[in-house]
Design a binder for this molecule. Structure first.
Ligand SMILES: Cc1cc2nc3c(=O)[nH]c(=O)nc-3n(C[C@H](O)[C@H](O)[C@H](O)COP(=O)(O)O)c2cc1C
Length: 357
């Protein structure tokens, strides 16, 4: 049977179809539950949540599903260089972005660079919640954390953008590895080499990983329908993970403008840019991603997000849609389902029809 794989066995789910965790609140408890209740694995992107918010959200999830689900955190959630970011570089970034603030007639924000990492405290909350799966990006958690997850019976999942990252994750004995192809929406979670040197496509990455590692592989990036799922499974993936296709559903908290843009012709043009958050991510191209060249220095993550937030809010209020960042993967070609349960059903039916056994 196509739907029985190492991953379905490992996570105790019916179909090897995972909701990609989407941090910043995009993967709501309702979206997570719709996917888990349909037999896939729902995920919560939780890296921006405080430990208290994480515990509260888990309480909501428990009222919506009793099926396995995944909580996702960022091992590195603050750039190391933030602590010593030079004042003259700060001034250069200010000069670079000032014209956008002027155009929207809003003041340049006062930025506080004192941003502590949340990761270790979030892990404590996660261990209290005990989800079936703990996935993480931007690195590998310390060995004590991986051991504790194992002791609690929580499966661990790391993300690789290159074969070397997958080998490092296998060495750390994680239970499964996401092959994060460059087609994917959201941030590029590279952790060994710079993201711009780690740009492998999903289908190549699946094959590179399957040739060299034994840990089960979850394919992510550019998969949006049953044909994509069947193709990834045929290449050896043990499961797939979809983000953008779920972003347009009613259960995601993306704004209606974001959803409409994902369904418009504009979604054909996505770019990888670090100008919106300080780390490279894929979004629908806009004026900021066009005008701030990749080589330009921007603020370290997440300080750059603090700079962009007021700009984004003013752009939305003033209808300047060409300045808003709309996260998106490359493959929005046939997105149509706006109910998560219907999308899941379509994915299951279509994949079954293609793979037939
Ligand atoms: C808005 C958005 C936010 C995301 N945030 C996270 C995140 O916090 N953690 C994570 O592991 N992956 C994150 N991702 C990646 C997804 O989980 C998934 O791997 C990816 O979207 C798959 O590619 P696709 O968009 O082509 O379907 C995000 C993706 C999007 C679109």
């Amino acid at each position: 049977m196509w739907n029985q794989t190492k991953i379905t066995e490992l996570f105790g789910i019916k179909y090897p179809i995972l909701l990609g965790p989407m941090g910043g609140g995009f993967s709501t408890p309702q979206l997570l539950a719709a996917v888990s209740n349909a037999g896939g694995l729902g995920s919560l992107g939780a890296y921006t949540l405080s430990p208290e918010q994480l515990l509260e959200t888990a309480n909501v999830i428990k009222t919506l599903t009793d099926k396995p689900y995944n909580i996702n955190l960022w091992v590195s959630d603050v750039d190391n260089r933030l602590a010593n970011f030079p004042a003259d570089s700060h001034e250069k970034v200010k000069a670079l972005f000032k014209p956008f603030f002027d155009e929207l007639s809003i003041p340049f924000p006062d930025l506080d660079a004192n941003i502590p990492s949340k990761f270790l405290k979030q892990v404590e909350a996660l261990f209290e919640i005990r989800p079936a799966v703990f996935s993480f990006i931007f690195g590998i958690p310390p060995v004590e954390i991986l051991n504790e997850a194992r002791r609690l019976g929580i499966k661990t999942v790391g993300a690789a953008t290159t074969l070397d990252e997958a080998l490092a994750l296998e060495e750390a004995k994680v239970d499964a590895i996401v092959a994060a192809g460059f087609e994917a929406g959201g941030h590029r979670p590279s952790f060994l080499r710079p993201a711009h040197d780690s740009l492998t496509g999903t289908f190549t990455l699946i094959q590179q990983l399957k040739a060299k590692i034994k840990t089960p592989v979850i394919a992510a990036g550019g998969i949006a329908d049953g044909k994509g799922i069947a193709a990834a499974l045929t290449l050896g993936a043990d499961a797939v993970q979809l983000g953008t296709a779920f972003l347009i559903t009613d259960e995601s908290s993306a704004t209606s403008l974001h959803k409409a843009t994902l369904l418009s012709d504009q979604a054909k043009y996505t770019v990888l840019s670090k100008s919106l958050t300080g780390r490279m991510g894929r979004l629908i191209r806009n004026r900021i991603s066009d005008e701030i060249k990749y080589e330009s220095e921007v603020l370290p993550f997440p300080l750059q997000t603090h700079l962009i937030r007021p700009l984004r809010e003013a752009a939305i209020a003033q209808g300047k849609t060409d300045m808003i960042n709309f996260w998106s993967g490359q493959n929005g070609v046939r997105l149509k389902h706006t109910k998560a349960a219907e999308l899941m059903q379509a994915l299951i039916t279509e994949t079954g029809q293609i793979l037939k056994s």
